[in-house]
Write a protein that binds this ligand. Sequence first.
Ligand code: HEM
Length: 431
Amino acid sequence: MKFTTILATALAAVPLPGTMAHPKMQEKIEELSARAYNYDDFDSNQILGDLRYLNWWQLSRSGSDIKRILQGTGNPQNRDKYWGVPRLQSSWCKRDTCCVWKYIADDLEVLFRGDSGRCSKWARFAIRMGFHDAATWTLANENAGGGADGSIILGGELTRRENGGIAAMGTKYQEIYQKYHDTYGFTDITYADLIQMGANVATVVCPLGPRVRSWVGRKDSSTPSPSGLLPSAFSDADTLIQLFMAKTIGPDGLIALLGAHTTSQQNFVNASRAGDPQDSTPGVWDVLYYQQTLGKAATPERVFMFPSDINLSKHPRTSPAFQAFAAPGGQGLWNDDYAREYIRLSLLGVNNINKLTECTKVLPQPVSNWDEPEAGKMNKWLDSDDYSQKSKDVSWDVETGSYISVPENKIPGYTNTRPRRQRNKWGGFSW
Ligand code: HEM
């Protein structure tokens, strides 16, 4: 994100100079202005992989587009359509790199889009898996391997504790690989691409999600990535900021990516609250996650926030991005920033970027409007602290993106088994 945007958002939240009452406010503005000259500390703009060693005149179309995006200028989203898709088993399809990816994206879309229109747990597994395959990499130790190389499946990393919950998505990808690579003979398909393309299909299927530009041509590796490079939900903000900086992702980029938790329903951070969402619109790519984590929007009982997310929302280096995405107009800003940072993430450890082929045109078109189709049922479930079978049935329907099968009058309400949160003046709560 351009620092000037964050600055404008932060300044919009304070009174005009003439009406300012307190010298502390002036200090705050001066501090923010001083940081405007130092925005490199917040933005991610390092060049990656082989692009570091190539001059502009040596760059392919993909190379120059990606270089601009990494530097913060190119457009990270588009709505390109794929006209005249060849038949799968035709020679045309074999010659067009993107053709088979259109068929794969269509198969994944079915898995990711629930009947209700919300995106399913498979979509969220796919986004998380894209992150977990790519983020096992650091610039300082790039020769140690890791990055977006398919090793999460090929190197047996799915048995690692941090990948709990997403292993089932590995099985789905293996089925797709067998179908298109082994049976139909599209031998250029790699797991590295499948995982990153899958993440981008998933993101755009979630209502309001960005359409992230997508490239293929990554290489696979069956060497397990270095361990210990993925974040913990119990970390403090400084540790997380350093962890992401080591991957060339600045604090703004970290917060843009973290917003993926807007769709999420945790199962392992607190197993006794399995299925609880991280904002009150699971399966929807909206900015409510930022507003609720900041405590600035009404937050029902069932919303469960990760300690790490709360820590980041309060830290001076990451709170400005939280505020900017939560502010009016934040959705467009966030979608663009997420897309830019995800492109970066999906290219960590990739050293043939200049040879990649863009296949964004195979992605579904974005869903730009969202009205919750069963607000009554959803709100009753969200306002409850009940974990009986009926509540679990609702959680399950929400996880699969289905319509909620339990009638509204059968959904258990608040049972008083844990004390209600202390509301603050926004109807959220203070940390
Ligand atoms: C500070 C950084 C992060 C931490 C500590 C973190 C941690 C976690 C944890 C513990 C879960 C819940 C797993 C479970 O109990 O089922 C989760 C879910 C998820 N994370 Fe993150 N994460 C971080 C950043 C990211 C990023 C950068 C992305 C994507 C770009 C991402 C995407 C997701 C998604 C989509 C889910 C939902 C999975 C589901 O609903 O099953 N996370 N994350």
